[in-house]
Design a protein around this ligand. Structure first.
Ligand SMILES: Cc1ncc(COP(=O)(O)O)c(C=O)c1O
Length: 405
C-alpha cells in the first residue's frame, strides 16, 4: 500500500528567490548586523503601516524587549490571556513582573474588553501596567474596545501578533491603515518568524511601533544595552580624548540587557518571504474556506471557531472546536486516528495558568472560558503549499474517525 503524504499542521515554504536572497548575504561582508537588517525592518514597517520596525532574535525576545523598553519591572503586573503560548506570560516574568491571567471567549480563544474588565476586578492590590492581547490563530482581538478599557485604567498595550502578520483589522474611526502592527491601538506590536509562522526566518521576531524614542531604546536594548549616542552618555569625559575629539570606539551600558539581535541571513530570508506574504495568506484563506464548507457536514460535533467580524485573518492556524464528550472519544484517540493516516494536528494551547510554574506561583485559578476552549480545540493542517485534496483527505479522515464511514 502506498503511504499517504504526511500533512503537518503547519509548514514553511521556501523558494529559489528565498535561497538566492540568503546566498547573497553569505557572499557579502556582513553575516550579522548588515544592510539586510535595516532593509527587512523598512519593508516590515512599510507593510504593516508603522513608523518603525525592530528585528530581533525571536518573538519571545521581542516580547521581553518590549516590556523592558516600557520599563516593566519587579513591582509591576502584566495582564495576559491564558490561551496563548507560554512565551507571552514568561516575558513578564523575565522582567520580574507578576502575571495576572485573563479569561478568553470559549468560542474564539480571544480576550475581549469584557474579559479585561473582569480581570481588573481581580487586581485588587495591584495596578496592572501592561496588557498583552494575543491575536490567536491570526484573527484580531477587539483592539478598539480593549484600548478603551486599558486607557481608562492607564494601562499600556503590547499586542502579541505572533500569529497575525498580514491580518487586517476591522476599520475603526479615523484610521485608514488597518493592518495588525500599525499600533493604532497599542504602544507596540510583536511578531514571530519561526518556521511555522506566516513568514519564516529560521528563528526571528520583530516589534513595530510609532514612537521614535522607544525605537531607539529598543535598538540599544537588543544589543546589550550599548549606548553609542554621546548625548546620552553618563561619563562624557570618557567619550572624548585630550583634544576633545570623540573616541570612536566609546560606548556605555547603563542597563543589564541581552543580545537579541537578528542576523543578516535571517533578515534576508524574512524580507524575501514578506514579499510573498499576501499571496500566501490568500492561499491559506482559500483552504480555510474549503475546510469551512466540507466541515459543515460534521456539525455540530465539529465547528469552526467564532470569527472576528470584519477581520481578515492571517490564517496562521485552522483551529476547530470538537465536542469530544458528545463524540464519546478522547482528543488523544482522535489525534491518533489522524496520525495513523499520516495527518498531523496540534493543540493551541494548554491554558498557561494551568502550567506547573504558574500554578506553583499563583495557585489554582478559575478561568472557565479558557478551560472550555482548551477542552475542544484542535488545529488541522493548513499551510500555503497544501493542495485542496489535502483538505478533502483531512475531512474524510475526520468523518471516518467520528462516524466510522
Ligand atoms: C502567541 C505566541 N507568542 C509568542 C511566541 C514566541 O515566538 P518565538 O517562538 O519566535 O519565540 C509564539 C511562538 O510560538 C506564539 O505563538
Amino acid at each position: 500500500m502506498m503511504t499517504k503524504e504526511f500533512l503537518p499542521y503547519s509548514c514553511h515554504s521556501v523558494d529559489e528567490a528565498d535561497i538566492d536572497a540568503v546566498t547573497d548575504v553569505l557572499k557579502s561582508d556582513f553575516l550579522t548586523t548588515g544592510p539586510a537588517v535595516a532593509a527587512f525592518e523598512d519593508s516590515l514597517a512599510n507593510y504593516v503601516g508603522a513608523d518603525f520596525a525592530i528585528a530581533c532574535s525571536s518573538g519571545t525576545a521581542a516580547l521581553h524587549l518590549a516590556l523592558l523598553a516600557m520599563g516593566v519591572g519587579a513591582d509591576d503586573t502584566v495582564i495576559v490571556p491564558s490561551v496563548t503560548f507560554v512565551a507571552t506570560a514568561n516575558a513578564a516574568r523575565f522582567c520580574g513582573a507578576e502575571v495576572l491571567f485573563s479569561d478568553v471567549c470559549p468560542e474564539s480563544g480571544l480576550m475581549t474588553a469584557d474579559h479585561l474588565e473582569e480581570t481588573l476586578t481581580r487586581a485588587t492590590s495591584v495596578k496592572p501596567a501592561v496588557v498583552i492581547p494575543v491575536h490567536l490563530t491570526g484573527q484580531t482581538a477587539s483592539m478598539e474596545n480593549i484600548h478603551t478599557v486599558a486607557e481608562s485604567h492607564n494601562i499600556r498595550i503590547l499586542e502579541d501578533a505572533c500569529h497575525a502578520l498580514g491580518a487586517e483589522k476591522p476599520p475603526s474611526s479615523g484610521h485608514t491603515n488597518s493592518r495588525i502592527g500599525d499600533c493604532q491601538h497599542s504602544q507596540m506590536c510583536v511578531f514571530s518568524f519561526n518556521p511555522v509562522k506566516s513568514i519564516a526566518a529560521g528563528e526571528g521576531g520583530a516589534l513595530t511601533l510609532n514612537d521614535e524614542a522607544s525605537a531607539s531604546r529598543l535598538r540599544e536594548l537588543r544589543n546589550h544595552g550599548l549606548v553609542h549616542d554621546p548625548a546620552k552618555h553618563v561619563f562624557p569625559e570618557m567619550a572624548i580624548d585630550d583634544q576633545g575629539d570623540p573616541n570612536a570606539w566609546y560606548y556605555e551600558t547603563n542597563t543589564l540587557a541581552p543580545n537579541y539581535r537578528l542576523n543578516s541571513l535571517s533578515c534576508a530570508l524574512a524580507k524575501s518571504q514578506l514579499s510573498k506574504l499576501d499571496s500566501r495568506i490568500q492561499r491559506r484563506r482559500e483552504l480555510a474556506e474549503l475546510y469551512d464548507t466540507l466541515l459543515s457536514e460534521l456539525s455540530p460535533l465539529v465547528k469552526p471557531i467564532t470569527r472576528t467580524a470584519n477581520c481578515a485573518s492571517a490564517w496562521h492556524l485552522y483551529s476547530v472546536l470538537i465536542d469530544f464528550s458528545a463524540a464519546e472519544m478522547s482528543r488523544n484517540a482522535f489525534m491518533d486516528g489522524l496520525k495513523k493516516e499520516n495527518i498531523g494536528s496540534q493543540v493551541h494551547y494548554i491554558p498557561v495558568h494551568k502550567q506547573p510554574y504558574y500554578v506553583e506561583r499563583y495557585g489554582e485559578i478559575s478561568l472557565p472560558g479558557a478551560d472550555q476552549y482548551y477542552k475542544r480545540t484542535l488545529s488541522l493542517p493548513l499551510f500555503p503549499g497544501m493542495q485542496n485534496e489535502g483538505v478533502v483527505r483531512v475531512v474524510e479522515t475526520m468523518r471516518k474517525i467520528l462516524f466510522g464511514n
